[in-house]
Design a protein around this ligand. Structure first.
Ligand code: FAD
Length: 249
């Protein structure tokens, strides 16, 4: 039962991403056909002109052109506690490893830092994982004696598995949804594991499409102040009085 580590791989992103966003932006203000705008933008030597146009439109809050470009990530080494939060982001597509079709007779798990960094707590946690593994394996054995095997046994025995159990997931989000994901989950107040995932995804997105993700990140990066209030702020940005309501209103 080894401890699992976060691993992310960008599987793909929409080809010609910047030209697609550019032509979608331009279509809104131009009499010209976006098909021609797209082809011209791909031939354009002055790429800075295109980049700066896209940046300006995004800064203005006109975000629907971002929905035409998507990123697909493969993620492993995360807990079921993380993916439970992740899939709350509805504007996305997910394909997650099944605990019905994949037997967990040697499940890996994620250890929260507060437990890993304390010898006594770490050992207690590991002991609990071992007990759960034994219980799960026992149940599979007992179900077998009742003639229940394979996915039918897995789907019931998994009820005793912990939220710490490692899982793998493929997710696809368009750029607008990614920005919303980063807005909420890159915040230091977000749960540590999903915050680490969001920041790792943000790093990849920034490298791939800086025009779109250059200023993306936690809400404070967008707002220029922390809306979490004096009590909860991490201190990176100054809190603004009554800003929680201001930011969400
Ligand atoms: C720090 C933190 C703590 C949280 N705590 C809890 C908690 O205790 N319990 C809990 O249940 N959830 C909790 N959440 C989850 C949160 O409420 C959202 O469900 C989650 O962050 C997904 O965000 P989203 O709805 O913006 O994303 P998406 O589902 O991807 O939606 C994107 C955007 O589309 C729009 N949208 C989508 N669906 C609708 C709709 N039906 N109606 C109107 N507009 C829509 C909204 O503008 C939304 O922001 C927490 C989230 C964070 C970041």
């Amino acid at each position: 039962m080894p401890e699992a580590k976060l691993n992310i791989k960008l599987l793909d992103k929409t080809d010609n991403a910047l030209s697609i966003i550019y032509s979608a932006c331009r279509q809104c203000y131009s009499a010209e056909f976006s098909g021609n705008i797209f082809e011209n933008s791909r031939r354009e030597k002055n790429t800075e002109k295109i980049s700066s146009f896209v940046r300006k439109v995004i800064e203005s809050g006109h975000e629907s052109p971002l929905e035409h470009v998507k990123f697909t990530f493969a993620v492993e080494g995360v807990s079921r506690a993380l993916t439970h939060q992740l899939v709350r982001h509805r504007l996305a597509s997910y394909s997650q490893q099944s605990q019905r079709y994949v037997k967990e007779s040697h499940f890996d798990f994620i250890i929260p830092p507060s437990l890993r960094n304390d010898r006594e707590l770490n050992s207690r946690f590991l002991g609990i994982m071992e007990l759960i593994q034994e219980g799960y394996n026992d149940l599979l054995g007992l179900l077998k004696t009742k003639g229940i095997q394979g996915e039918k046994a897995n789907q019931d025995a998994r009820f005793v598995l912990p939220q710490a159990a490692e899982t793998k997931i493929v997710l696809t989000m368009n750029c607008r949804s990614l920005k919303n994901f980063f807005y909420h989950r890159c915040c230091a107040r977000a749960q540590w594991e999903i915050c680490a995932l969001a920041n790792a995804m943000l790093d990849i997105c920034k490298k791939e499409l800086p025009e779109v993700f250059g200023n993306a990140g936690a809400k404070c990066e967008n707002l220029g102040f922390c809306p979490e209030g004096q009590k909860f702020t991490c201190g990176k940005y100054p809190p603004s009085a009554g800003s929680r309501r201001e930011a969400r209103g």
